[in-house]
Write a new protein. Structure first.
Length: 203
């Protein structure tokens, strides 16, 4: 007898199975039929939850971003500098689902999903951190929403240049230091951001 699972549990099972296959074979070499097989799903069962393999990729990227933001919000000592430092970790760390991708088309798709996830999930956290800094007097009285958009635009630019191979890690780090200096000046927090750029240089 077939066991019926709750929709959320079945959806998570599909995501877990797909992620496993992506890491084993690479995104390009996994087909919807492979995901259906590992999850023991019919075609109708699969398409009830996801429209395509790309739809699964988008969901995995959103889940990675949500996990990062949730962990950050639990850190009572979190600062804007801490978010930037964590974001720079991809240069030396495990890039997650991005490691399963190959070719400009797949990476461009990844970046579009990542940018959407950042706007949906990360932007508010950044706005909150900037607003808290303004309220405490640590930052100049600038619109938090505007600075958050600048922050995300810089982050998007670095991700795109790096993942598409236009910049080396060294070039990405150099641009990051320049951008951080500009953000520090805008926020009136040159010392905080100077210390951050020094820590990034030392990594």
């Amino acid at each position: 007898m077939r066991i019926r699972k709750a929709p959320d549990a079945r959806r998570q099972e599909i995501l877990a199975g797909a992620e496993q296959l992506f890491h084993e074979r690479g995104y390009a070499d996994v087909q919807v039929d492979d995901i259906m097989a590992i999850c023991q799903l019919s075609r109708g069962g699969f398409y009830h939850y996801f429209a395509s393999k790309a739809d699964i990729l988008g969901a995995l990227i959103r889940a990675e971003t949500a996990k990062t933001v949730e962990r950050a919000r639990k850190d009572e000592a979190l600062t804007l500098a801490g978010i930037i430092r964590a974001g720079s970790a991809y240069i030396h760390g495990e890039p997650g689902i991005a490691a399963t991708l190959d070719g400009a088309g797949e990476i461009d798709l990844y970046l579009r999903f990542l940018e959407d996830a950042h706007q949906e999930l990360l932007a508010q956290l950044i706005r909150d951190l900037i607003a808290a800094g303004v309220a405490s007097g640590a930052y100049a009285d600038v619109p938090a929403a505007h600075v958050a958009e600048l922050f995300l635009a810089i982050n998007t630019h670095i991700n795109r240049k790096t993942l598409l191979g236009a910049w080396s890690d060294t070039e990405a780090a150099a641009f990051s230091r320049t951008a951080l200096g500009a953000l520090g000046a805008l926020l009136g927090a040159e010392a905080e951001f100077a210390a951050l750029t020094q820590s990034l240089t030392a990594e």
